[in-house]
Design a protein around this ligand. Structure first.
Ligand code: PGA
Length: 252
């Protein structure tokens, strides 16, 4: 059976290395006991060497929150996918709305997705509308976003692709999207993928939901939303909440 994927996007948290170690240690300890959940943590770059251990098999996989769209060269302040791979990073969140709002374009995002897949890493491609429109035009927006973000990715390379549907209005909000709406959106995304790459590829691509997920709403989102996993922001650095979330999802 395919494992449920829970990705923790730590964002710019915590602010001390001690806290980072604590969150990662607790998550690791718990992940060891889970049967049906794959846990991925995405700390800020500077904590990667602290939480990574390339010598031992870890129950928690490592990811980051972004990457540069080139492999090497004169790009001041940037980090290459190859550098991360060397530290055991397997997943990279790409196109998060908090990065898109700072000027990241579909063109750059598509290059990142392409580079990651070519280097045998998993992009967690974030897509999502800013608002839901009565006339359904947000669906056209999403379709374009998916097409543009994947336009450099040939069918033969997509097996490691993960899509995270994160409606922008639900990120950092009080409430998540209604589970029935999440279900509808995941079907829509599969349809777009199927038109682009074919039915089998669409079915095998994992779709995650993200936006105000916590330990209370996670089970219903999972069951009614019929998604393959969750991208969790705030709750992933709240040790008690994340522990509870992982334990409950494991029982589903
Ligand atoms: P949130 O963030 O869970 O804090 O809403 C989710 C995300 O931005 O990935």
């Amino acid at each position: 059976m395919k494992k449920k994927i829970i990705v923790g996007n730590w964002k710019m948290n915590p602010v001390t290395v001690e806290e980072a170690k604590k969150i990662s240690k607790t998550t690791r300890g718990l992940a060891q006991k889970l049967n049906s959940v794959k846990v991925v943590i995405c700390p800020p770059f500077v904590y990667i060497p602290v939480v990574s251990n390339t010598r031992v098999e870890s129950p928690v996989s490592l990811g980051t929150q972004d990457i540069y769209h080139e492999l090497q060269g004169a790009y001041t302040g940037e980090v290459s996918p190859l550098m991360l791979k060397d530290f055991g990073v397997e997943y990279v969140i790409v196109g998060h709305s908090e990065k898109r709002s700072k000027g990241q374009t579909d063109e750059m995002i598509s290059k990142k997705v392409q580079l990651l897949l070519e280097n045998n890493m998993s992009p967690i491609l974030c897509i999502g509308e800013k608002e839901r429109k009565e006339d359904g035009s947000h669906l056209d927006f999403l379709k374009e976003q998916i097409k543009n973000s994947l336009n450099k990715v040939p069918k033969k390379n997509i097996s490691k692709l993960i899509i995270a549907y994160e409606p922008v209005w639900a990120i950092g909000a009080k409430e998540a999207m209604a589970p029935n709406d999440i279900y509808e959106m995941s079907i829509f995304i599969k349809k777009v993928l199927s038109d682009l790459y074919g039915h089998d590829e669409a079915v095998s691509t994992s779709i995650l939901y993200g936006g105000s997920v916590n330990f209370r709403n996670a089970p219903e989102i999972f069951i009614k939303g019929q998604i393959d996993g969750l991208l969790v922001g705030r709750e992933s650095v709240n040790i008690a909440g994340f522990t509870e979330l992982l334990k409950t999802i494991d029982t589903l």
